[in-house]
Write a protein that binds this ligand. Structure first.
Ligand code: NDP
Length: 291
């Protein structure tokens, strides 16, 4: 297999480096060319000058770009340039409908498609410990496994194209709810003037214990919010969840409330912080408390 990588951002650069370790990475393209050039000088892969040039050198193309329109723009170009029989693996987080649209565009040229959104953040991308949620046909999944194993630790094939992105939406709703619960509970604990490190320790072993409490709680109580996962990116994902829920005629309370809270953070200049900065909003609830 000869692999090309498109989208060398915070996630993609680290994922491409891990693919290079397998010896399978042949070429990379990035909209801003210096990132591809820097990966090329580090790994010896080709810094493609265009998507067309990348596509003419590879038979599998991995994407990790920002949002729905970006995926469709890149896939449109790949449709015109990849050979019949090639495979596109999209690791961006987009709507399930976008994944199905991309798959249809590529199928017209006999090119396979898998939606493979990831979770585990930039730490997971660097350490090749991402969870990768896969939607698509089994033959394509089998072909992609060496690539996915190079970038992630837990690879789960959910079902048909789009089911990977739908499952990622499930994940993002759950993360919003956990963030709401932990940040609100710790703001309440602070208002009660409790020793917050001890509170986190006490809760950690019981029903309220969670990865988020253990890994983000200690930062929250110091009012520090290093990345992690950016507020603006989670907002993008929750807007996808909102649109998917609307198809069912439903508004999801956690999604709606979290979008409002994140908008407040963005307006105050905190949109690039980790999502645990929701604690700022929850602390404000107690700012006029008389006790
Ligand atoms: P970044 O903003 O760091 O990088 C985005 C990348 O996409 C850049 O390489 C950018 O190019 C490229 N890009 C954007 N639009 C286009 C376009 N129209 N055509 C070509 N290239 C384009 O984002 P991340 O790496 O953080 O995220 C990438 C994806 O992974 C997103 O969908 C995100 O939701 C998802 N994700 C992110 C996580 C995280 O913790 N950051 C965790 C899990 C998933 P350029 O360099 O020119 O701007």
């Amino acid at each position: 297999m000869k692999i090309g990588f498109i989208g060398l951002g915070a996630m993609g650069m680290a994922m491409a480096r891990n693919l290079h370790q397998t010896g399978l990475l042949v070429a990379a393209w990035n909209r801003t060319p210096d990132k591809a050039q820097s990966l090329a000088s580090e790994t010896g892969c080709l810094a493609a000058g265009s998507i067309k040039q990348l596509a003419s050198n590879v038979d599998v193309c991995v994407l990790c770009v920002s949002a729905d329109a970006d995926v469709l723009e890149v896939v449109g170009e790949l449709c015109r340039s990849l050979e019949s029989g090639a495979l596109v693996i999209d690791c961006s987080t987009v709507a399930a409908a976008t994944a199905r649209q991309a798959a249809e565009m590529l199928a017209d040229q006999n090119i396979g498609f898998l939606d493979c959104p990831v979770s585990g953040g930039t730490e997971g991308a660097h350490n090749a410990t991402l969870s990768i949620i896969v939607g698509g046909e089994i033959d394509n999944v089998t072909k992609a496994m060496p690539i996915l194993n190079a970038m992630g630790k837990r690879i789960v094939h959910i079902g048909a194209v789009g089911s990977g992105q739908a499952t990622k939406a499930v994940n993002q709703i759950a993360v919003a709810g956990i963030n709401q619960a932990v940040s609100e509970a710790l703001a309440f604990a602070a208002a009660e003037k409790l020793p917050l490190e001890k509170v986190i320790d006490a809760l950690g072993g019981g029903a309220a214990g969670s990865w988020f409490l253990a890994n983000r709680g200690p930062n929250m109580i110091r009012n520090e919010y290093p990345l992690g996962f950016r507020v603006t990116l989670h907002s993008k994902d929750l807007n996808i969840c909102r649109d998917m829920a609307a198809v069912h005629g439903v508004q999801l309370p956690i999604v709606e409330m979290t979008l409002i809270h994140y908008q407040r953070l963005v307006e105050k200049g905190f949109g690039d912080e980790d999502i645990s900065s929701l604690f700022r909003v929850k602390q404000e609830l107690f700012s006029s408390s008389s006790t």
